[in-house]
Design a protein around this ligand. Structure first.
Ligand code: PEP
Length: 256
């Protein structure tokens, strides 16, 4: 069964109001001439402050979906600085990135908290993009596969097969994020194949065949075609190269 590719742009903490408008306008313009039937699913993850504006700019453009970069799994209450799923649903956010290494490393997010978020996101009918990835040290120690198995097993704990098959995983080796040094496409394909085997072991081959697994880590227009040619890679989660409309459009074209 063919899995529809995803090209997702993670803006991180970039773009003020004017910059966000320029970028979304540029993407809307760039994809207007692309054949929707051949396009990957296109997702943009602006900052919270740009979500309303992005929602407004794309509301008549079904080729683009919105993602949030984070969410708090609690429904409401005394969580200063946090955003709930209800609030995201107001802006027709369809995806939420969770478990990004920057949140794990800089904000101390645990596997258990990421699992709580995944469950809350799915309960609300949204789709989690669950990030996992190893450090350079772990790769050099040869523990990449076991580390990823541990992260994925904990992230999916207690989630039903029907929810897992519609979820998205992003394999993002930490040493490749924002470094300009993308993981070799064949090795990324092998590693994602291993993640798919973990899903098959936890659930079934059918679920593993359905779940979409993206690669992230210095994806660029010059790397995307080779990456997309790999059978296990179902698209990209992209940071730096998603911040300019031309380059984001080239990434979308590279996935067609
Ligand atoms: C990311 O933000 O998840 C990412 C992979 O960033 P970059 O493409 O800049 O490496």
């Amino acid at each position: 069964m063919a899995r529809r590719p995803i090209i997702a742009g993670n803006w991180k903490m970039n773009n003020n109001k004017a910059e966000a408008k320029e970028l979304v306008d540029g993407i809307v313009y760039g994809i207007s001439s692309l054949d929707a039937s051949k396009m990957p699913e296109v997702v943009i993850a602006p900052t919270y402050t740009a979500l309303w504006q992005a929602y407004d700019l794309i509301k008549n453009e079904p080729k683009i979906a919105l993602a949030a970069q984070n969410v708090n799994p609690n429904p409401s209450g005394a969580y200063t600085g946090e955003i709930s799923l209800d609030m995201l649903a107001d802006f027709r956010v369809q995806f939420v990135i969770i478990g990004h290494s920057e949140r794990r490393q800089m904000f101390g997010e645990t596997d258990e908290f990421i699992n709580q978020k995944a469950k809350a996101i799915l309960a609300k009918g949204l789709i989690p993009i669950i990030c996992c990835g190893e450090t350079l040290e772990q790769r050099e120690q040869g523990v990449t596969d076991s580390h990823l198995e541990n992260q994925i097993t904990k992230a999916l704990d207690g989630i039903s097969a029907s929810d897992v098959e519609k979820s998205v995983i992003a394999y993002e080796p930490i040493w490749a994020i924002g470094t300009g040094k993308s993981c070799d496409a064949v090795e990324a394909n092998r590693t994602i194949g291993q993640i798919r085997k973990v899903v098959a072991k936890l659930y079934s081959q059918d679920v593993a065949d359905k779940i979409r697994i993206l690669y992230g880590g210095s994806v660029k227009p010059s790397t995307i075609v080779e990456q997309m040619a790999q059978p296990e890679i179902d698209g990209g989660l992209i940071g730096g190269a998603a911040l300019k409309a031309d380059s984001f459009i080239d990434l979308i074209k590279g996935a067609m």
